[in-house]
Design a protein around this ligand. Structure first.
Ligand code: AMP
Length: 397
């Protein structure tokens, strides 16, 4: 697929009315009173500020949560409008609806240099169905479309694909940065190129291995996904995670990698716990000799060392997925060790996926990582070489 797309820097936006698809799907506090992290809002500021410099009239839109096609005050974008207004030190008007009379009136009255936010896109059933009528209503609000929500480009929704049928469509600075950084790492990697994979679902990660098999030099596999592969090689994994239908595929991919001369390393030891709980007792065991009643919940000290050594020698590291159940403190050590190794490595480091990115940020290593991707599923699909409809639909460079 062609990732060379026009950005807001490639077209004339002077005085234009621009609709910008953002990812304001921020974590909200349980009592619904506020935003837990405004990172996603902060990340859109470069695009918004650039558009302000172009004297554009800016209509922002986003989804938040899963309101399933109908208005639900729990998922209003009001807290986002408020936070944006604080960050930009200027008013950000929130429409009462998404494409209804209030949004239409406010958009029509919007002047150059002003900003408004539409109400949650997913209050409308047409959004996730990529409905042409809803797409056209969105498009009618503006004369140019900007896509800056990397987290949703793998979905063909009205606000990511449908709207581009009716408006010239370009990417914003956040998406441009995502693509440039990830393409540079993958297309022209400084060697050795080390791919680090973890997380629960091997089903998500096998396509990534397959896509990058001709490019990488080393693959390090930890997390729950490692156990399906360990089992496929005859290991005993106890009650550890296992995607049984994928055992054969995991086995074949492992051997294909070896035949290609890729150094593919699986977790060799683990913290083997009695139960999947935060305070479960555990012991350090070989990852392929786990007794029937125990499960591997984190990579062990030998694996941490072995993986860190490879990362230290790397020229490029792409990491997706935690090394263990990082939500539980007792089983977060492996993920932290890899985050530290990435921060300390001189390699170009690309970290994607919510848990691995969070580990890097929580440990204060974010500024020592080349690029932390904002898209969970979108990043994985990019790494797996799958088409991203929300990028395909933009104007070619
Ligand atoms: P994924 O979405 O596939 O990247 O998976 C992320 C999830 O994997 C996190 O919620 C982790 O708790 C989980 N995870 C990582 N390692 C393990 C493991 N050894 N056993 C069970 N779950 C794991």
């Amino acid at each position: 697929m062609n990732y060379k797309k026009k950005s807001i820097k490639d077209i004339d936006l002077q005085g234009k009315k621009v609709i910008v698809r953002c990812d304001f799907n921020v974590p909200l506090s349980k009592d619904g009173t506020g935003i837990v992290s405004d990172k996603r809002i902060v990340e859109t500021l470069p695009t918004i500020k650039y558009l302000l410099d172009q004297n554009a009239a800016i209509i922002l839109c986003s989804h938040l949560g899963r309101p399933k096609g109908e208005p639900n005050p729990k998922y209003t974008l009001a807290p986002v409008a408020e936070r944006l207004s604080e960050l930009l030190k200027m008013p950000v008007t929130l429409a009462k609806d998404t494409v209804g009379p209030d949004a239409q009136a406010k958009a029509a009255a919007l002047k150059s240099g002003q900003i408004m936010l539409l109400e949650n896109l997913r209050f409308e059933p047409g959004e996730e169905k990529n409905d042409p009528v809803f797409s056209k209503k969105l498009a009618d609000l503006a004369s140019v479309y900007v896509s800056d929500a990397f987290g949703t480009v793998h979905r063909a929704h009205a606000s990511t694909v449908g709207v581009t049928e009716y408006l010239p469509a370009v990417c914003g600075l956040l998406i441009e940065k995502e693509l440039n950084n990830m393409i540079a790492a993958i297309e022209v990697p400084v060697r050795p190129f080390v791919l680090v994979l973890g997380g629960a679902k091997i089903s998500d990660k096998l396509p990534v291995i397959r896509n990058l098999m001709d490019k990488v030099d080393v693959i390090l596999i930890g997390g729950g996904m490692a156990y399906t592969m360990i089992k496929s090689l005859g290991g005993e994994i106890g009650t550890s995670l296992c995607e049984t239908p994928l055992i054969e595929q995991a086995h074949d991919i492992y051997h294909e990698c070896q035949e290609k001369g890729i150094k593919i390393l699986l977790a060799s030891d683990c913290l083997a716990a009695d139960t999947f709980t935060a305070d479960s007792p555990y012991e350090i065991l070989y990852a392929d000799r786990i007794p029937e009643n125990k499960m591997g919940l984190d990579i062990g000290p030998r694996t941490r060392e072995m993986f860190s050594r490879e990362i230290a020698k790397a020229g490029t590291v792409v990491w997706n997925g935690p090394m263990g159940v990082a939500e539980f403190d007792a089983f977060a050590g492996g993920t932290k060790a890899i985050a530290k190794a990435c921060a300390e490595s001189g390699a170009a480091t690309i970290v994607g996926g919510g848990d691995s990115a969070a580990a890097v940020e929580d440990l204060g290593f974010a500024d020592r990582i080349t690029h932390i991707s904002t898209g969970g599923g979108a990043t994985l699909e990019f790494l797996a070489g799958k088409p991203l409809p929300g990028i395909e639909s933009l104007l070619d460079k």
